[in-house]
Design a protein around this ligand. Sequence first.
Ligand SMILES: Cc1ncc(COP(=O)(O)O)c(C=O)c1O
Length: 406
Amino acid sequence: MLTLVLQNHREYLRLMLLEPSLLSALETPAFIYREAEIFRRLDLLSMVRERSGGRILYSVKALPFTGVLDLIRPHVDGFAVSSLFEARLASEVLRLGGGAGSLHITTPGLRAREIEELAGLCGAISFNSLEQFRRLQPRLEDRASAGIRVNPGLSFLNDPRYDPCRPFSKLGVPLDDLARALAEDTGLADRIEGLHFHTLFESRSLAPLGLTLEKIERILGPAMDGLRWINLGGGHLLESSDEAWELAGMIQDLRARRRVKVFIEPGKAMVGKAGSLVTSVIDRFERDGKAVAVLDSGVHHLPEVFEYQKTPSVAEHRSDGPFECLLAGCTCLAGDVFGEYRFAAPLKIGDKLVFENVGAYSLIKASRFNGYDLPAIYILGTDGRMGLTKRFGYEDYRRQWTAESL
Ligand SMILES: Cc1ncc(COP(=O)(O)O)c(C=O)c1O
């Protein structure tokens, strides 16, 4: 079924292009999600699943929009969540889809008051610390399978802002601490059914995963014998079938070596490339000899541009274009600037510009700063039709910001 998209490459390319006629009809700012790209990723992941026997969860934190969860749900084994609200929403999507699939959760933010509900909603809970485990695991009462998130202490990223293995990390139990606890408390191993780790960010290589597994198995050794499952987290971009094959091989080997169920929980790989933000130029002027274009969007719609000082890719940018322009956001923040780009012609008011590959971690982090609304959400179907699936308005803003008494 899904392979239809990959088999017909020309058709796929057509669906990936945001044609000018589609764009001109669009009210901006707007996110567009392309079904064809989501299905291409699901195709790759189905291949991983079929080849390796591994299980695929979509990490909903990247984009919890149910219009997209509904597309993904039939092709995955469930969802990975990080809070009670994500768990509730994802379980509604599973229930409406017929009930198949399970939820895995791990978070430093588990609240004691939520554990009973989470135990009922989730198939597995990976506790983030031994302290969290000791306090809350006894309350699961055999409802959810208990695991531990480990921190393998191997850094593959040079930016501590998104390196879960940074010094003094709050994420996961250091391997040596877990090995010591298992040696001191012989009953502990019986209560830990699974291991979880997540250490990568936008990785294009499977080598870090191999090194991580090797270290975990070396340090925990026979203590892993009673495990029922291992969750390898997300963090891979999985852009090519070569990467998918390699991942499948690693999962297959791990399953054979340890006789466990193996899960992965990609987020960005599933929706990152599928999403674009379409904006319009609403003002144009020169400052200190540089052309500046103000857009009807801003870094409040793409917060990672500001958080990580990224320059997002713009479809209309031409590296050899004669006209340079600074693209600026519409809010009062002086640093609300996307960056400098080059264009074939000077930008005019009303021109539409498309930020590409912004499908993950954008909308979920987006805000209504300065009272500018969240972008509408469209889905471009594999039939070439574009459907408006969500539009926000003043009522949403008002509901968010009015006191209970009003
Ligand atoms: C525990 C966990 N699993 C999965 C993911 C998904 O990662 P990505 O979107 O990079 O694949 C994250 C992202 O932060 C995470 O923290």
